[in-house]
Design a binder for this molecule. Structure first.
Ligand code: ADP
Ligand code: MG
Length: 680
C-alpha cells in the first residue's frame, strides 16, 4: 500500500515520507523508533529534583513568560499538577518554542531538574503537547528518526492512527517457529506492535532484540549457504605439497619467516590441497610481510602446474608487487607477466599469448586482467590485493577465467577479528599479527596547526641528513577550507623549502604522470613529496623517514595508520606528525595513534569510536547496510544467530523445508546479504 493511502498522510507529506525512505506502508512498519519517551510515570511536582537525572513531569500551563535576545529564546512556563506547581524552562537557539505555549495546554516535559527557591525548574530536553483524544499520557511514546519538515510526532501519529493496517503487513515470519519458541521471542506481528506501541520498555527491548536476531540470522544463513555450496562443489584442483617445499621456500630467503607467516602459509597450503575452492582472507598490517605469503601460495600452484592471477587496484601497486615478487619467485623458475591498461599493445599481446598457452605461470595486473582478451590455460589460484577496492562482480569475473580456482584475498586494513568473522562470514581468515623483527616503531606526534612551521623545520632537518619526507593533505585544489596539495606545494617551494626538490602526487594526474613522479621519488630525485591519500597503498620508499599529515582530523584512525605505514620501511628511525586545527578537539582520538603502532588495536579503537556501520563502509561489506542490527554493539546476539544459522543450514542445506520458506525469501530480498557475497 502506498504511504499516501494511510490516514493522516496528505499529498504534501508523501514526499516528506519519501525523503526518509518511506514509500509504502510496509516501509513505515519497518521504520522502527530508535528510542522512547517513557511517559508512564511522571514525577509529581512536589517530588521533582530528587533523582539527579532527567525526569518527566506533566502539567497544565498557568502562565508563560518569554523573550528573545538576539536569536536566543528564553521561555519559562509555569505549570501546575495535582501536587503543586513547577517551571518548565527552554533556553537556546532554534528551539522553536517561542509563542507556542498558551494557558490551559497540557504538556509533557522531560529534562534535568534544578530546585530553586521558587520550586522545581525542569530544563526541558524533550517535550510533547498532550492533546485531548491523543492519549499519550501514561504511555511509552516512540521517537522516530525525523527530518526538519516531518517530525517524530507526525510519524508517531500516522503510525498510531494506522496501526492495525500496518500490522496486517507484517508478512511471513523469517524466524522459524521452533527457533522463536526456543528463544521465547514474541510472534512477528506482536513484535511490530511492541516496538511501535510498547506498554513497557522491557517489551520494546525484547521485540527489538528479536528483530536484531532475525536480521543476523538472515545474514549468517546467507554466508552459511554460500560456504556450504562451496564446500559441496569439489571441482577445484587439489594440489599436492612436496614434503620439502616449505623448507626450500624458507631457504631461498635471506631471513627467517616469522611465526605468523609460517602459520599463514600452512593454512593457505592446507586449503589448496583440497578439491574445495579456497576462499581465504589474509589480513596483516602494512609491512607485516604478506607479499611473501602470497609468493608461497604462487609457488605451490606453480609446482602443481597451475597458473596464478594477481590483481591489484592501481598500477603503482601492481608494479610494486611485480618487483617484490619477481626475486622471490625466480629461484622457483616463475617469471611475471604484467597486464596493465597503459601497456604497449605489442607487449600486452605477447604476455597474453604466454598466459593462454600456459607457458607463463603468473600474471600480475590491474583491472586490465578482467578484459576478455586475457585467457589462462590452467588458472588455479587468484590473488586479490586490497580486496575491498574491487566489486563483487569484478572478483567473480577474474575467478571465472579458471575452473573453480582457489582464491586468496589480501588486505592491509586490519579489522578486529570479531568483526572480520561476521563481516566476512564466508571467508576463512589468516592473520599476520607479528611484524618482522628489527623494526623500530614510528614515533608519532599530534601537533596543532599553529605549530606547523616547527614541523616543517623538523622535516628540513631530516632532509638535510639525506632522508626524504611525505606531506599529505586532503584536497587537490583550494576549493574548500581544507589544505590543498597544489597550494601547499607552491607555498613550500617559494617560502619554506626553497632549496629542496618538491614533488606533487594526486589523483588527477594520469597514471603515467603518477608513475613518473613516484619513480623520481623512489630514485631519490625528489626530497619532499606533497601528496593526497593516493600514497596510502603500495608506495614503498625505504629512505623516506618523515610523514606529515595535514588536517589529520579529517581521517579515520585506520586510514591514518595506513598512511603512516609509508615511512618506517628502512633502517632509519621514522617519524609521523599529525597536524590538526587548533580548534579541533582531536587530542584523545589522535592520542591513540601516538601511543600505539598495532594496526589491530587501532582498528578496534576506531571501530568503537565510529561504530560498525561507519567502519564497515571502509572495508566494503553489507555490514553498513544492516537495518537495525549493529555488528559491534550486538555481537553477542550475532554469535547466537550464527550458531543457529549453522544448525539450520546443516539440517536443510537448500532451505527447502516449508518452515524455512520465509527465511529463504527474506534471504533473497536482503541487500545486506547480497552485498556480502564475496564468493560465487
Ligand atoms: P606487506 O605486503 O604486508 O605490507 P611486505 O611483504 O611488503 O609487507 O614486507 C615488508 C618488508 O618486510 C619487505 O621489505 C620484506 O622483504 C620484509 N620482510 C618480510 N618478511 C620478513 C621476515 N620474515 N623477516 C624480515 N623481513 C621481512
Ligand atoms: Mg604489500
Amino acid at each position: 500500500m502506498n504511504i499516501g493511502e494511510l490516514a493522516g498522510v496528505g499529498p504534501k507529506s508523501v514526499p516528506l515520507f519519501r525523503e526518509l525512505g518511506i514509500e509504502s506502508s510496509r516501509d513505515l512498519l519497518d521504520y522502527l523508533p530508535f528510542r522512547y519517551e517513557d511517559l508512564r510515570f511522571p514525577t509529581p511536582s512536589s517530588a521533582l529534583g530528587q533523582s539527579g537525572g532527567e525526569e518527566n513531569a506533566v502539567g497544565v500551563v498557568e502562565h508563560v513568560k518569554e523573550r528573545r535576545v538576539r536569536g536566543l529564546e528564553i521561555v519559562e512556563v509555569r505549570m501546575r499538577d495535582d501536587a503543586g506547581a513547577f517551571t518548565a524552562k527552554w533556553i537556546g537557539r532554534n528551539r522553536y518554542v517561542y509563542g507556542r505555549f498558551k494557558e490551559g495546554m497540557r504538556l509533557f516535559v522531560r529534562g534535568r531538574v534544578e530546585r530553586t527557591l521558587a520550586g522545581a525548574v525542569v530544563n526541558v530536553a524533550h517535550y510533547a503537547q498532550l492533546r485531548d483524544g491523543e492519549a499519550y499520557h501514561g504511555e511509552m511514546v516512540p521517537v522516530y528518526r525525523a527530518s526538519k519538515d516531518l517530525t517524530t510526532r507526525k510519524i508517531a501519529s500516522v503510525v498510531h492512527k494506522n496501526l492495525t493496517r500496518l500490522l496486517d503487513e507484517s508478512g511471513d515470519d523469517p524466524l522459524p517457529g521452533d527457533v522463536r519458541a526456543k528463544a521465547e521471542y514474541p510472534a512477528l506481528r506482536d513484535a511490530y506492535r511492541a516496538v511501535h506501541a510498547p506498554k513497557t520498555p522491557e517489551e520494546a527491548e525484547r521485540a527489538r532484540e528479536r528483530f536484531i536476531y532475525t536480521e543476523f540470522l538472515i545474514l549468517a544463513a546467507g554466508a552459511q549457504l554460500r560456504r556450504a555450496e562451496r564446500e559441496r562443489s569439489h571441482d577445484a584442483s587439489a594440489l599436492t605439497v612436496p614434503h620439502d617445499l616449505l623448507e626450500a621456500f624458507a631457504h631461498s630467503l635471506s631471513f627467517p619467516l616469522t611465526g605468523a607467516q609460517r602459520r599463514a602459509i600452512n593454512e593457505i597450503w592446507d586449503d589448496m590441497t583440497r578439491d574445495v575452492p579456497m576462499n581465504r582472507l589474509l589480513q596483516g598490517d602494512v609491512g607485516s610481510g604478506k607479499t611473501l605469503v602470497a609468493a608461497a601460495a604462487i609457488v605451490l600452484a606453480a609446482r602443481n602446474g597451475m597458473q596464478t592471477a594477481l590483481m591489484a587496484p592501481t598500477e603503482i601497486l601492481a608494479a610494486q608487487h611485480a618487483s617484490k615478487l619477481a626475486p622471490l619467485l625466480l629461484p622457483f623458475g616463475i617469471t611475471v607477466e604484467a597486464i596493465y591498461g597503459s601497456q604497449a599493445a605489442r607487449a600486452r599481446h605477447a604476455a597474453e599469448g604466454r598466459l593462454a598457452s600456459g607457458e607463463a605461470l603468473l600474471a600480475i595486473g590491474t583491472h586490465a586482467l578482467l578484459t576478455g582478451s586475457v585467457d589462462f590455460a590452467r588458472l588455479g589460484l587468484v590473488v586479490i590485493d586490497e580486496q575491498h577496492r574491487f566489486g563483487v562482480e569484478q572478483r567473480a569475473r577474474l575467478r571465472a577465467k579458471g575452473a573453480a580456482p582457489h582464491t586468496l584475498h589480501m588486505t592491509a586494513t586490519p579489522i578486529p577479528r570479531t568483526l572480520a568473522q561476521s563481516v566476512y562470514a564466508d571467508l576463512d581468515l589468516s592473520v599476520i599479527d607479528e611484524l618482522p623483527p628489527g623494526r623500530t616503531p614510528i614515533e608519532t606526534y599530534a601537533i596543532r596547526t599553529s605549530r606547523l612551521e616547527r614541523a616543517y623545520e623538523f622535516v628540513e632537518a631530516n632532509v638535510a641528513r639525506g632522508h626524504q619526507a611525505y606531506i599529505v593533505a586532503p584536497a587537490i585544489d583550494e576549493e574548500s577550507e581544507l589544505t590543498s596539495v597544489v597550494a601547499e606545494a607552491e607555498r613550500l617551494k617559494s617560502d619554506v623549502f626553497p632549496n629542496r626538490r618538491i614533488g606533487l602526487l594526486h589523483g588527477r594526474l594520469t597514471s603515467r604522470e603518477k608513475d613518473e613522479v613516484m619513480g623520481r621519488f623512489t630514485r631519490g630525485e625528489i626530497d619532499i613529496m606533497l601528496a593526497t591519500t593516493v600514497v596510502e597503498v603500495g608506495v614503498d620508499v625505504p629512505n623516506a623517514s618523515v610523514m606529515v599529515i595535514l588536517d589529520a582530523n579529517r581521517y579515520g584512525l585506520a586510514q591514518l595508520h595506513q598512511l603512516r605505514g609509508r615511512v618506517g620501511r628502512g633502517a632509519a628511525k621514522s617519524f609521523c606528525l599529525l597536524v590538526y586545527p587548533d580548534d579541533a578537539g582531536e587530542t584523545e582520538r589522535l592520542g591513540i595513534l601516538t601511543e600505539s603502532t598495532d594496526g589491530f588495536k587501532i582498528a578496534e579503537a576506531d571501530l568503537h569510536m565510529r561504530g560498525a556501520g561507519e567502519f564497515a563502509g571502509t572495508v566494503q561489506s553489507g555490514a553498513a547496510d544492516l537495518w537495525i542490527a549493529d555488528l559491534v554493539r550486538d555481537i553477542d546476539i550475532y554469535r547466537a544467530a550464527k550458531t543457529q544459522a549453522e544448525q539450520i543450514v546443516a539440517a536443510d542445506p537448500a532451505l527447502r523445508r516449508p518452515e524455512h520458506a520465509a527465511l529463504r525469501a527474506a534471504l533473497e530480498r536482503a541487500p545486506s546479504t547480497r552485498a556480502l557475497v564475496l564468493s560465487s
